[in-house]
Design a protein around this ligand. Structure first.
Ligand SMILES: [Zn+2]
Length: 523
């Protein structure tokens, strides 16, 4: 789905209750000189404006564990889209390709301009496996690689880009908070009153087709598509639009269902079920744990948390002794999810004894060094941190050997609790050199420098975290504060640090100037 109101096309009521662009409207695109599509650079600018506002959204979820799980599905899809030629080198380079998670229990995912995407926690917690998540993500990715968004925005070309960005943000707010959203809208009410407009039916079918190829090449099972369509059909029958906004923007048409079924049958005829099953079993335990994590991060309320703990305790009591549990047994993925959910929920309720006892049973079911085993180890670290204890794992931790971003960030917190800030700043400096847009890593680095009484470096890291979230005004304030501190206390920072700060101050100033200039052109 996309949250863009098209003023120029005539809307038609879709069977799912949402509003769709009619196919004729989509075909008769206005021409703008030689190139009727919005350029990737212009689309990215609109996307950045939207993203800058999303970074300040209190419902944005910045959980490295769940983000890492999503990336584990997303990156193979990106690689497959590149290899298939669906993702051009230009778009690959120019667009952000960034996923935002929202603390929202409804089932939804959407593409935004410039290669930004939104995923509701409700989607992650309600899909049955990674394949279903891959199916949705590949579909949304294909809307962007096929330039559907740029075509829709070209239809908006009479609107200034800042206006388009404001409308997308307004529609985003309206879709997530149906009652408050329309009141919060600043402009374009008349357009939005018609409802959020979406891709044309042809675009939807193209995203289905391209997305299917991408997810298959990335190694995901076609059951992801059939599973997702079953969920959509079920929600359609129940007329469950409220918890299923994805259905409003992706109405089920008979063509979509028939085409998807034909593709899945064809794929099933050529696939080797044995190999797929083994791989599916391995990923299923991790999925079960991440799904319940998403449910808990969506803040379901104390009653739900208590129920999750009670369920896990019942299951733990019924499980055979740890030694008798086979890691690959048929029930292990469900047990893994139940025990993980119980332990994490207990920690949220600050019942740390219960959390630890469930964690112990969980480690008996999910051991080893694979992704699922790592997730269990990281949960143990989190439980200790939530209680305010120095995690046991800090004693032997080596940040240089962290196998994932989630491990690096969580173990950094563990080491700071263990008063080992110098190790943390060294590891995070190396990380941000390669990943300069990782705002959370910069934020932790700021804390680590603060602990070592290095205020200039701490302020600079804080400035970089603001810049990573596209808040250049706040970044400039902090770069200047760092300069002020260096001037008032000479000797506070070395020459190299001082010249980095001067350079970054100038760069940030010129970005702000450029933005101001662009805004004038846009208006
Ligand atoms: Zn779509």
């Amino acid at each position: 789905m996309v949250l863009i109101a098209a003023a120029t096309a005539s809307p038609a009521q879709a069977p799912g209750g949402g509003t769709l662009l009619t196919a004729p409207g989509a075909r008769s695109l206005p021409t703008l000189g030689d190139n009727s599509d919005l350029s990737p650079a212009a689309e990215r600018r609109i996307g950045d404006r939207i993203a800058a506002s999303i970074y300040r959204d209190p419902d944005l979820v910045e959980d490295p564990v769940l983000a890492g799980y999503l990336q584990g599905i997303w990156q193979p899809l990106m690689a497959a889209a590149r290899a298939r030629g669906e993702l051009s080198a230009e778009l690959d380079e120019r667009f952000a390709w960034e996923l935002f998670m929202f603390r929202d229990r409804s089932i939804n995912a959407f593409a935004l301009p410039g290669g930004y995407f939104g995923v509701h926690l409700g989607l992650i917690s309600s899909v049955s496996n990674a394949d279903e998540l891959a199916a949705v993500l590949a579909h949304e990715m294909s809307h962007v690689t096929q330039r559907h968004i740029s075509r829709l925005m070209t239809q908006q070309s009479r609107q200034a880009p800042w206006m388009i960005a404001a409308m997308v943000l307004g529609a985003l707010a309206a879709s997530r908070h149906p009652d408050a959203g329309t009141a919060a809208m600043v402009g374009g009410q008349a357009i939005l009153a018609q409802g959020q407009l979406n891709f044309s039916r042809d675009m939807e079918r193209e995203a289905d087709r391209v997305g299917f190829g991408v997810m298959e090449d990335a190694g995901y099972a076609s059951r992801g598509i059939s599973g997702m369509f079953e969920k959509l059909q079920q929600a359609n029958r129940l007329n469950d639009n409220g918890s299923f906004p994805y259905l409003r923007s992706h109405p089920l048409t008979t063509e979509r269902i028939a085409e998807a079924q034909a593709r899945v049958q064809l794929a099933a005829a050529v696939a080797s079920p044995a190999g797929q099953q083994a791989a599916a079993e391995r990923t299923q335990r991790l999925h079960a744990m991440m799904a319940v994590r998403a449910r808990i991060l969506a803040v379901p309320g104390v009653d739900v948390l208590r129920t999750l703990v009670a369920e896990a305790q019942r299951r733990a009591a019924a499980l055979p002794a740890p030694l008798a549990v086979s890691a690959a047994s048929a029930t292990s993925s469900r047990d893994a999810g139940t025990l993980y959910g119980g332990a994490f929920a207990a920690a949220q309720l600050r019942d740390f004894a219960a959390a630890r006892s469930l964690l112990e049973r969980l480690a008996g079911v999910v051991g080893g060094q694979d992704a699922a085993g790592k997730a269990v180890q990281l949960l143990a670290v989190e439980v200790d941190l939530l209680e305010g204890k120095v995690p046991a794992a800090a004693a032997t931790a080596d940040l240089g050997k962290a196998g994932s971003r989630a491990e690096l960030l969580l173990m950094s917190k563990a080491l700071m609790a263990a008063q080992r800030a110098p190790d943390v700043s060294q590891a995070l400096q190396t990380w941000v050199a390669v990943h300069p847009r990782d705002a959370m890593a910069w934020q932790l680095l700021a804390v680590a420098y603060g602990q070592q009484n290095q205020p200039v470096r701490a302020i600079r890291a804080d400035a970089e975290s603001r810049a990573a979230q596209l808040d250049y005004g706040a970044a400039l304030d902090r770069f200047k504060a760092a300069q002020g501190l260096m001037r008032s206390q000479p000797g506070r920072a070395d020459y190299v640090e001082a010249s980095i700060i001067d350079t970054r101050t100038r760069q940030t100033e010129s970005i702000l100037k450029e933005q101001a200039l662009q805004e004038k052109i846009d208006r």
